[in-house]
Design a protein around this ligand. Structure first.
Ligand code: SF4
Ligand code: SF4
Length: 124
């Protein structure tokens, strides 16, 4: 199983980490403008176009930046409940329960199973 996060769309809500039963996700900081990956934000298998380069998707920012739901959105660092970016550090452990796929508000989690079938998150 392969799991990655489309970084520029990740709000940092931490829903994925909270619901995953097998600890696929870790939250990392957004680094610095000079080195966005300073804290390991690109530590999963995201392809080049989905790597964190320090640029937040404008439409995603407009949609979530001011939503008050007790989760930080687009915060630089994680405070234990939200903030930073999600990284699928342990994708091979995924059991395809699909919990993260319906909880990801950024619709930015992508999973490919061992047969090559792809699953994309759709926020419910
Ligand atoms: S689909 Fe995989 S990565 Fe997502 S919550 Fe379930 S086990 Fe974790
Ligand atoms: S649920 Fe989606 S938007 Fe929220 S932290 Fe995880 S990957 Fe990012």
């Amino acid at each position: 199983m392969d799991v990655y996060v489309d970084k520029h769309k990740c709000t940092g809500c931490q829903h994925c980490k909270d619901v995953c039963p097998v600890a696929v996700f870790e939250m990392k900081g957004r680094g610095t403008p000079e080195n966005p990956d300073a804290e390991g934000a690109n530590g999963d298998t995201a392809p080049e176009e989905s790597k964190w380069k320090g640029q937040i998707d404008p439409a995603m920012h407009e949609k979530w930046a001011n939503v008050q739901d007790n989760h930080k959105h687009f915060a630089q660092d994680n405070d234990g409940t939200s903030g930073g970016l999600s990284v699928a550090v342990n994708g091979s452990a995924c059991i395809l329960c699909q919990a993260c796929l319906i909880e990801c508000e950024g619709e930015c989690i992508h999973i490919t199973d061992d047969n090559g079938t792809r699953y994309d998150s759709i926020y419910k």
